[in-house]
Design a protein around this ligand. Sequence first.
Ligand SMILES: [Zn+2]
Length: 75
Amino acid sequence: MEQTTYYHEKICLCKKCKGTGEEVFYAKTDYRKEYPLKRKCSQCNGTGRVVVSGQRVLNVVPYEPGKPTDTAGTV
Ligand SMILES: [Zn+2]
């Protein structure tokens, strides 16, 4: 039996930039990470907030002792 949980649209703090709207990165040649560079966060487009929505599907079956559980196809 499948159980679906829906997540309504919700404004969350962007986890990629921690709400700053800026992403810190280092040039590939900057091996010692001495010169941090900043760019607009690609996930929140510089706002520091993102709208999260979606759904999760759970596959629920009775547990039968001694029988190996078939997890194929479940997330
Ligand atoms: Zn961000």
